[in-house]
Write a protein that binds this ligand. Structure first.
Ligand code: SAH
Length: 469
């Protein structure tokens, strides 16, 4: 006879011993528990746990519950069940910082996780199971890869501090070091914070929308010979501007661009509309797949140079380009993919919504002596309809949308134009799955899926999907 008293009562604060059976898409361990929740019996109730790996057993404490799932913290992992895929995180801030979330996994296991996660997501959200998902392309040395760092600055009792947001919060963890960004970026951040305190420049106070400095953005090129600093301020006046600039360039001569960006709006968006260049150029230059690119403060640029070259080369080789191809580069940013592909094709048509990025795409074409590319600043979903009506006979398209994926109008027009080859570069497997499902329903065949590890130590992944008519 069942005795309800003996069953686990599932509520906040419940301590239990259980085993991890899977990972969710964020790399959290998944445990399935039985018990009584809100007076009713539940079975296989999923609990997500940071820092736990399949097959490990441990003691957990439930921290949060919703109707269909919950969260728990690890109290301890039983030593004899410790996964061989576990490693000691090298970053001292790992447990607190919201930046990395799978640093407790060995690097080969991180890659395995990403491959499986992409596969599972395509199945769960796109009903796609008959496609080859190739092993995630990793890095030989996955450290210090991030070429763009955006650090929040905040005011505390007496001083201005900066660092990273703690997991799921806006509490700033003071930055000591960071394993995924170049040392010079960390050094510059410390230097600017010290100057803010020296010159009494207040950090932002979020709940009052007061203070001056909200973020510092540091962007570096691949060989660290060009660095851009963007001071995100609540107004356009940086006190002691000339002294600050002089100090920065004396200490860091590779800083080639200093910009003030004004953002006085409440909310999480980092950059505001207005940019003022207060030192040097309004761009830095980088070399990618043999071409030179100008990157402005508001333009998108992939954060991991080594992996971006692998990503673009793979995307281009999958498309099997030839000299008669007419290529659309949708969501083209500063023109990277299309310009790198341009030597293989007849014409390239790029579209992007950020005006500054399109200006630089045009300059990037010129500087690289590329004559067969054409750029328009517009929404991709609107411009493609225009191109269609103008009779642009594109037979290949690369789409590289932001996390929210492609607008349905774009997918419909790809189908209506009967574009033969589609290369989809995605930073979110969930929206990728949704959009692939639509293209497949329209008669495209998904040939292959290739994840690329653009963001080691985090659960994010970049994925290329190649479809053919
Ligand atoms: N392909 C580029 C940029 C990819 S990031 C690269 O690899 O560097 C996605 C880009 O889409 C961003 O530059 C963003 O500004 C742009 N974007 C977002 N929504 C858009 C839309 N509706 N139409 C066109 N571009 C858009």
């Amino acid at each position: 006879m069942e005795n309800i008293q003996e069953k686990l009562i599932i509520k906040k604060g419940t301590k239990l011993v259980t085993k991890c059976v899977d990972l969710n898409h964020e790399g959290q361990g998944v445990c399935k528990i039985d018990g009584i929740k809100d007076g009713e019996e539940v079975n296989n109730f999923p609990i997500f746990v940071n820092n736990m790996i399949p097959d490990e057993k441990g003691q957990l404490e439930i921290t949060k519950l919703s109707k269909t799932y919950g969260y728990a913290n690890v109290v301890k992992i039983f030593n004899d069940t410790r996964s061989k895929n576990r490693t000691r995180p090298l970053c001292p801030n790992y447990e607190k910082c919201g930046g990395c979330n799978i640093m407790h996994m060995s690097y080969p296991y991180q890659l395995e996780f990403k491959t499986k996660m992409v596969k599972d997501t395509l199945w769960k959200l796109g009903s796609i199971d008959n496609v080859e998902v190739l092993p995630t392309i990793g890095m030989s040395n996955p450290d210090k890869y991030r070429n763009k760092v955006q650090v929040p600055f905040r005011k505390t009792f007496y001083k201005t501090v900066c660092g990273f947001f703690a997991k799921d919060s806006h509490n700033v963890i003071p930055l000591t070091e960071c394993l995924i960004q170049p040392d010079i970026s960390t050094s510059i951040i410390h230097f600017v914070r010290n100057m803010c305190n020296e010159f009494k420049i207040d950090g932002y106070v979020e709940n009052e929308n007061t203070g001056l400095i909200r973020h510092l953005l540091v962007r570096t090129n691949h060989d660290l010979t060009e660095i851009m600093l963007v001071f995100v301020l609540t107004n356009s006046e940086l006190p002691y501007k000339d002294e600050i600039i002089a100090k920065i360039i004396k200490r860091y001569p590779n800083v080639k661009s200093i910009i003030i960006n004004v953002n006085n709006k409440v909310g999480n968006t980092i950059l505001g509309e207005k940019c003022l260049t207060i030192y040097g150029n309004d761009y830095i230059k980088d070399t990618l797949c043999g071409l030179k690119f100008r990157i402005g403060p508001k333009s998108f640029y992939q954060v991991n140079h080594v992996q971006t070259e692998k990503l673009y080369n793979k995307a281009i080789s999958l498309a099997d380009l030839n000299e008669n191809d007419i290529l659309i580069d949708a969501y083209c940013g500063i023109g990277t993919i299309g310009l790198i592909a341009s030597k293989h094709v007849k014409e390239v048509y790029g579209v992007e919504i950020v005006d500054e990025a399109i200006k630089n795409a045009k300059i990037n074409a010129k500087e690289n002596k590329i004559k067969n590319s054409h750029y328009v600043c517009n929404k991709a979903e609107e411009q493609i309809v225009k191109w269609k009506s103008e009779g642009i006979n594109a037979n290949v398209i690369v789409v590289d949308p932001p996390r929210k994926g492609c607008d349905i109008k774009l997918l419909e027009t790809i189908d209506e134009m009967n574009i033969e080859k589609v290369v989809y570069v995605s930073c979110d497997p969930a929206t990728l799955a949704r959009d692939l499902k639509i293209l497949i329903q329209k008669g495209y065949k998904l040939e292959v899926v290739q994840p690329v590890d653009m963001f080691p130590y985090t659960s994010n992944v970049e994925t290329i999907a190649y479809l053919k008519r």
